[in-house]
Structures are given as structure tokens and as C-alpha cells.
Design a protein around this ligand. Sequence first.
Ligand code: SAM
Length: 320
Amino acid sequence: MEKLDAKTLISNSNTFRIADLGCATGPNTFFLIDDIIKSVETTLGSNSLKTTKPEFLVFFNDLPKNDFNTLFISLPQDRSYFAVGVPGSFHGRVLPESSVHMVVTMGATHWLSNVPKEVMDISSKAWNKGKVHYSDAPEEVVKAYEEQFGRDMEKFLEARAIEIVSGGLLVVGMCGIPKEMPFSNLADSIMYSSMADVLLQMQFEGLISEEQVETFNIPIYSASPEEVTVLVEKNGCFTVESMELMDPTAWLKRPMNVEDVQQWMVCIKATMGSLFINHFGDHLLNDIFDRLTAKLAGLTEKIESSYRKKVMLFFALKRK
Ligand SMILES: C[S@@+](CC[C@H](N)C(=O)[O-])C[C@H]1O[C@@H](n2cnc3c(N)ncnc32)[C@H](O)[C@@H]1O
């Protein structure tokens, strides 16, 4: 809120407009929106000469296949804002020109628009044989993912530059990584290689085909602050107000145990489950995740040693 001049932004109207991109079905999005509204109200309350209370309009965006019915049914009854659902990919325009004062997106922009084509092309040097992610993969695979993220973030920033009013804020929280740190240093790397092991074992057992295994890749990319800064500068429409990496496990004071791993896999199943369903079918989802959880439960010490890293990237940009 230190970075947002809410009073000037709503001087021509009395409505403050917020968008949450990749909102899913709640409740995280509701907590986030509540926090923003309380902060804006506090800022306006202390500075505003206006006597009328500001009104809030919130655009909830996600991909069209998101369960918007659940989102709408779960909207807090006592909310202090009007709610709109906006289906569509944030890699393109989802809102009218200069229509929002603040855009937030949490845990969504590390999802690529698609797996880079060359990673699935058997004749390409970037063919990602025997793996499900660029972690520990040949340089060509890493480059293909990196370039896909660059193209996606370019489109994301271009669209937001049109939608956000001058002086408005874009706040992003996504998977990140310190510059120069190899992905193989992270706990997620252990998860991705365990996923590949589980799938290869299931192929060996005849439950899935070799082709299915070789064409399965997770379209997620962790960017460094420096990488994002270059893309923001290339776009040219925003100033960087803040850019930092945080450790999402800092709150966990004791060593990681089996229950933590199980909890972690519940989250991964919730966020990545649909990828597995689309590729391998509904009937194998539980089997895949049971095997993965069991495998990782035997690796808690290894995971603990690579867990405590700054892998959440947060940045705030102001529209020039
Ligand atoms: C891990 S969930 C995060 C949900 C919520 N923001 C939170 O913090 O709990 C990521 C969400 O981003 C959405 N998403 C991924 N790619 C997207 C895109 N290109 N456009 C819009 N939403 C997208 C997914 O559908 C999913 O609901």
C-alpha cells in the first residue's frame, strides 16, 4: 500500500477496481482480496477528503475450465465488494483498457502456456527423455523452458500494461529461484525425479505406455528476480517497486517429517492432478500419487537438506 496512491487513482470515480488472475476456487483469493480492500480503505480513510465511502469491484480471473460455480458459491456473504468472473488466459487480454487499479496474481504465473514443443520432439536436441521437468535435464531442455517462460511473461506484461491504469500496481507471487542456483539444488527437483521414477515403474508394469511417459512434461518454470527484471525492462511500461525472494518453509522450525511430505503431496496433487488426469486418465491418479508419496516419505532427510531455500518470488510493479 506504500506503493499505491489509491486516492489519486479513484479521484475521477468512487470505485476501486482489483483483479486476481489465476484465482482458482477460493478461499485464498478471498483472504487476499480482503487484505487489499482493508489496506486501501485504511489509506483512503487517512488521506481522503471525500465523504462517500469508496466501492470495490473485483474481477476473478482463471482459465475457462476453472470451477467458477464453486468460486461464486463460496464468495463471502458479508463481502464489501462486487464480484465479476472473468474466464480466459492471462497470457492475453482479459480486461478492458485502463480498467483496473490493482492486479494481483499468486501461485499462477510460473505455469507456462504450454510445454515447449521441442521438449516433446524425439528428433530435437531438447527432447526431454526419461524426465518430467527441466530439473537435471540437458541444457537444451532448460533453454526451451526458459524461452517459453520469456515469451509467456512478455505476453502477460503486454496485456497488463494495457489493462492497468497509469499509477496502478501489478503484484505477483510465483515460484522463483536465486540466479545461478541449479534447479537440482531444490526439494522440488527430488519430487520431479521421483515422479519420473514412478512413471517409469508404471510403464515397466504395463500400466502406461512408453509414449505416454516420454511425452509427459510439467509446464512450470521458476524464474530468478534478475530474469524477471530484464523482461520488465524490455516491456518498458512498468517500474519495479519491489522484487524479493522468500523461503516459504521459514515457518517450519523442526526438521521435515513424513506428515509434512504427505501434506506437500496433497497440495501437489491438487495443483497438478489435472495434468496427470489429462495425460494418463482419471483411473491412475491415486495410484501415481500414492506411489509418489510413499517414495518421497522415504527421502525426508534428503528433502530436508534441500528444502529451506528462497523459492517464492514476489514482485510489485507500477504502471508508468
Ligand atoms: C496453484 S493455483 C493458485 C490459486 C490461487 N491464486 C491461490 O493462491 O491459492 C494456480 C491457478 O492459476 C490458474 N492458471 C494457470 N495458468 C493460467 C492462465 N494462463 N490464465 C489464467 N489462470 C491460470 C490455474 O487454473 C489455477 O487455478
